[in-house]
Design a protein around this ligand. Sequence first.
Ligand code: COI
Length: 363
Amino acid sequence: MSLSFTVTERSDRLPDAEREAILADPGFGKRFTDHMVRATWTRDGGWHDAQVTAYGPFQLDPAAAVLHYAQEIFEGMKAYRHADGSVWTFRPEANAARWNRSAQRLALPGMEEADFIGALKALVEVDKAWVPDSTSGEASLYLRPFMFASEAFLGVRPAEEVTFSVIASPAGSYFTGGLKPVSLWISEHFSRAGKGGTGAAKCGGNYAASLAAQIEAAENGCDQSVFLDSLEQKYIEELGGMNVFLVHKDGRLVTPSLTGSILEGVTRSSILELAKDLDLEPQERKISLEEWRADAESGEITEAFACGTAAVVTPIGRLVSTQGEFRTGPEGEGGPVASKIRKALLDVQTGRAEDTRGWLTRL
Ligand code: COI
């Protein structure tokens, strides 16, 4: 049986003018819509109390397991307003499938795909006015489903009470510089994830583990850090929250193969598909940092970019480490292949191009 969401609309919504001012320059992750989804799972009762209510704090027992043992997962998705006013999201089945893989890895309960998508629909239905016009540019409403162990218990075991929620936040560009290329710090001290760990799961712990490297990156004048494999410190894995692609001058589009410690990005897999329409030859394989450096310096690699739901496609300009630095892509701007891929992806998501693969779901 699928979950039905009880809706209690708040009477004190943000006034239209204030909401419009936020939508005009949303940035990323700073402001939230008027409502949120909440539901509870218990070992004995399964999922229940599914509701859409006013956005606001959780009341959490100080012994809630998530605060101690980080039993938590999340997803990142976007809602786009098309030219006719309809609102759509991109490949939610892929996020639902990854959600359930992450849940299994973190010993959290699974959720039916229909309930996962139903929760997004329920929230967007009440907060539709918060979905920006996506007909030009990349504005969207970022949707953040998450769930955490809310049982008050200090023993280390899977929680028997779990809270599910979805919040939404209007989004523009993830990086404050807009579309200018980002610089990457090559983390030598820290790994993001190891063999058999949680690297392929979308869990908060992976992002927490990336933050010390992010501080190092900032101290060295870089925007993000890029992680190497934990075993040999040789092969490229991913950034703190994005996958990586390298563009070769002969049209090969190469991304690190999924090793179990890399997040299986929905944007990553969509780009691998779209590449074929754009006369590019997608390849998933191991890429060593040394290969990246040598091929960027010889001109064999002409561009590099990061991708993710939040970042869409963001060009990478420079890689920096204690050993020195090298440029990977045109000076000061993104390359033509990254911008062609970015356009192809955004055009489908925002309804500017036909959705030939059935990737869009109406919310
Ligand atoms: C996303 O791209 O949706 C993520 O969850 C990554 C995070 C850096 C915002």
